[in-house]
Design a protein around this ligand. Structure first.
Ligand SMILES: [Mg+2]
Length: 415
């Protein structure tokens, strides 16, 4: 049996005690929709991924009705007709997410954005600074985010990122949505957390661990180092130390560029019209380029994705001559790819763009034969586009539309 208190006594003499918070927005997509439409508050609300998509976020009321996550929309509507279904608006969510993250940066200089609705925040030493204990500090973070941005959050605080994740899960079940596991609380937290709830334990690993008699996070932390290392390697051992409260994974405020960007959406109606597909592709290229520029990256590889009515998906990739984040340069390559892929006998449900093979904008190597004047012009134009959109809203400018679409004749009804 491991004596965590003793473990801590010896540990504390050597290292500073960390206070790591995981701040998680509650039912984030639903909360964003409620922020812009308060009449949705208190009602069963589901956010869905498009007209033919599935449930991607649920309010507490929708969860209580028993609507499962990932449930296809057409089934959910039939089985739960009283719930409200809203199409997701990822642009809105990412803007509100940015507001939340910027506010968190006012509390602590060390904020790691973990996902659109979660951030690790290093609060170490800040209780003194704000003249509050850590519980009250966590409470005031929650209150200020709610007051200033109108988004409810839960706060879990403990010694490491892995423990903060567990604490954050527990915080959802408390009245104030705050859970602190300091030195004395770690054992209780570990004992009350099933092994499957631990950050990094996937669905495949969970039954294996149970097979070894590891049912809780505490059972895992009790295993000896040699046994863990021989079975689960260095990462397995590091997990034990994170669970014991020894920080292995540091908080990093460096924004990592994404590995790829995909932008696609189902058409409102099926289509057989190449011009319609081209127009839709241009919209996705524009939106993907905006994301790429925001990440301060350029891409060297693009892929055009098309999906047919019966869900056959095709993706054709090609390399660009030089890395770019400008829509005209990408569409020059993408449109001919789409023309090649297009089959006039098929009925299509969606088109999309995939950007890959990223290079940071700062240290790019220019080829001797680059048409640098044209590129500079393009870059200036792209920057102006982004500024205008930031000011007046998304898609106020449509770039490079290809041809006229006869909406009435060329759509194939989904019915
Ligand atoms: Mg969340």
């Amino acid at each position: 049996m491991i004596d965590l208190d003793k473990h801590w006594e010896s540990k504390n003499k050597m290292t500073e005690q960390k206070y790591i918070a995981l701040i998680d927005c509650d039912s984030f997509f639903v909360s964003c929709e409620r922020k812009i439409n308060p009449r949705l508050c208190g009602k069963p609300v589901c956010v869905v991924s498009g007209d033919r998509g599935c449930v991607v976020a649920r309010s507490i009321e929708a969860k209580e009705m028993g609507i499962p996550m990932g449930h296809p929309l057409f089934m959910a509507k039939k089985e739960f007709p009283d719930a409200i279904y809203i199409n997701s608006n990822l642009y809105l969510y990412s803007q509100i997410s940015e507001q939340v993250m910027n506010l968190l940066r006012q509390f602590s200089p060390m904020v790691e954005v973990y996902s659109i609705d979660e951030a690790f925040v290093d609060l170490t030493g800040l209780a003194k600074h704000y003249k509050k204990n850590y519980y009250n500090l966590a409470l005031s973070i929650r209150e200020i985010v709610a007051q200033e941005i109108g988004i409810p959050v839960s706060v879990g605080v403990s010694r490491t990122k892995t423990l903060a994740k567990l604490a954050s899960d527990k915080s959802k079940t408390t009245v104030n949505h705050v859970y602190i596991a300091g030195r004395c609380g770690i054992t209780r937290l570990l004992k009350s957390s099933e092994i499957g709830e631990v950050w990094g334990i996937g669905r495949n690993l969970e039954p294996k661990l149970r097979g070894h008699g590891i049912y809780t996070a505490y059972d895992y932390a009790e295993k000896n180092d040699t046994w863990l290392k021989s079975r689960f390697g260095k990462l397995g051992l590091e997990l034990k130390y994170e669970l014991l409260g020894n920080q292995i994974h540091k908080i990093s405020d460096v924004i990592k560029p994404p590995k790829s960007i995909m932008d696609t959406k189902s058409f409102p109606e099926f289509s057989t019209d190449i011009n319609y597909l081209k127009n839709e592709l241009m919209i996705h290229i524009h939106s993907a380029c905006r994301k790429l520029r925001k990440a301060n990256c350029k891409c060297k590889t693009i892929g055009v994705i098309i999906k047919t009515k019966d869900f056959k998906t095709f993706c054709e990739k090609e390399n660009l001559e030089h890395a770019t984040n400008f829509e005209f340069e990408i569409s020059e390559l993408a449109i001919p790819i789409l023309e090649k892929m297009f089959n006039r006998n098929e009925i299509y449900r969606s088109v999309g763009i995939l950007l890959e093979n990223f290079k940071p904008c700062d240290n790019e190597q220019r080829s001797f034969f680059d048409n640098s004047e044209r590129r500079e012009k393009n870059e200036k134009l792209a920057k102006s586009l982004d500024k205008l959109e930031a000011k007046f809203g998304r898609n106020i400018i449509k770039t490079g539309f290809i041809g006229k679409v006869d909406y009435k004749q060329d759509f194939i009804s989904k019915n």
